[in-house]
Design a protein around this ligand. Structure first.
Ligand code: ATP
Ligand code: LTN
Length: 355
């Protein structure tokens, strides 16, 4: 039976259907919980992407059987310049490797290289209600006021994301807080499909951390840090001078103390970034900055960001020097995961009576 558990306890989330087990023949059998996650090749990733998602993917490669995907079919739901998209895709792959994803342990591939993603999305479209999609916050935000001009692709974005997750029988989906609703939708789709056509898909759970899952914009702590708002984001490729300038300009408040107080969102956000990067708990951070002002705090935060990003950028620059190698690695990743994706797609087609 596919996992029906709501728990985040990995020990309880590794059940699989017989069909699902057969589908995994291409990869060595594993008892580890299966992880799948994706990231869009739009602009550069920022420290929100890093703290909310990427660093966990890298840190937990041994704990989970992980697969990571650069979701270019999601990126094209908004207009993209083709040459830029190609470049962003390669550069994102280099950054994922630079933060520590090891493609031997965790296959890394490009979504459009495995056609089963788009094919399963169509099948899932036919069990997904418009009522469900109408509730999606991300569509409302990204479509803006002129909803009539938004593409059908942008509207259907969450169903493609469900296909991504379902194809690899993922038990756990590590993401930032903004993706919670999309994973809930994926669960609804899995439950409806399994009810209608028999137990076919594994029911996934979100893996959203208590801290770092929602890093806010530096220039406006009421908004999520986002790739499309460069002034409020620190990109993983930002040089020290840019980091320094962005932190210097970051919104604070009229008080002086450094504390983790939800009523002081700007300082809470900056202090959280510090605490996560320094791997120090709140009490220790507050104690460290007791009696110091924003100037000292910002200087230390800048140094910490620069020290964290320096080795990542060095590795990234090295990897960007060999585009052919990166391309080969991504194609090998797709070759490795394709058999499993195709087996899941075949299971769905058989269940629906179209194969
Ligand atoms: P953006 O809004 O920056 O364009 P996105 O949410 O549209 O990003 P991705 O770049 O694909 O899309 O996100 C990759 C991962 O980073 C996802 O798991 C997402 O939830 C997470 N993430 C995005 N922004 C933040 C943030 N501000 N804080 C924490 N995690 C984030
Ligand atoms: N929608 C996600 C990216 C994404 C994803 C996925 C994440 C696409 N497919 C599958 C996890 C699992 C985003 O915008 N961050």
């Amino acid at each position: 039976m596919p996992t029906k558990s709501n728990t985040l306890d990995p020990a309880k989330t590794s059940g699989k259907t017989q069909a699902a087990t057969q589908a995994q023949k291409a990869e060595p059998a594993t008892t580890k919980p299966r992880v799948f996650s994706g990231i869009q090749p739009t602009n550069n990733p920022h420290i929100g992407n890093y703290l909310g998602a990427m660093r966990h993917w890298a840190a937990e490669q041994d704990q989970y059987a992980s697969i990571f995907c650069i979701v270019n079919l999601h990126a094209i739901t908004l207009p993209q310049d083709p040459a830029e998209l190609r470049q962003n895709t390669l550069s994102l792959a280099a950054m994922l490797l630079a933060v520590g994803i090891d493609p031997q342990r965790a296959p890394l591939f490009i979504q459009s290289h495995v056609s089963a993603h788009a094919e399963l999305a169509w099948l899932l479209n036919c069990v997904s209600s418009l009522g469900w999609l109408n509730k999606m916050h991300q569509f409302k935000t990204k479509a803006g006021d002129d909803r009539e001009s938004a593409t059908a692709g942008l509207y259907d974005y969450p169903v493609l994301m469900a296909a991504d997750i379902i194809l690899y029988d993922a038990d756990l989906v590590p993401v930032g807080d903004d993706q919670r609703q999309h994973i809930e939708l994926t669960r609804n789709i899995v439950e409806r499909f399994n009810e209608r056509f028999g137990e076919t898909f594994v029911l996934p759970n979100p893996l959203i951390r208590a801290e770092g899952a929602r890093i806010m914009a530096l220039d406006d702590p009421t908004r999520k840090m986002s790739k499309s708002e460069p002034n409020g984001a620190i990109f993983l490729t930002d040089p020290p001078s840019v980091i320094k300038k962005k932190i210097a300009r970051a919104t604070t408040d009229s008080e002086r103390t450094i504390e983790f107080n939800p009523n002081r969102p700007a300082i809470l956000n900056l202090a959280s970034i510090y605490s996560l990067l320094a791997q120090q708990d709140h009490a220790r951070v507050e104690e460290h900055f007791a009696g110091k002002g924003y100037k000292e705090f910002k200087a230390e935060l800048t140094d910490l960001l620069v020290a964290t990003l320096e080795p990542i950028q060095a590795r990234y620059n090295e990897l960007m020097g060999d585009a052919a190698q990166l391309d080969g690695l991504l194609r090998a990743g797709a070759d490795r995961v394709r058999p499993q994706a195709e087996a899941t797609l075949a299971r769905a087609q058989t269940a629906m009576g179209i194969r």
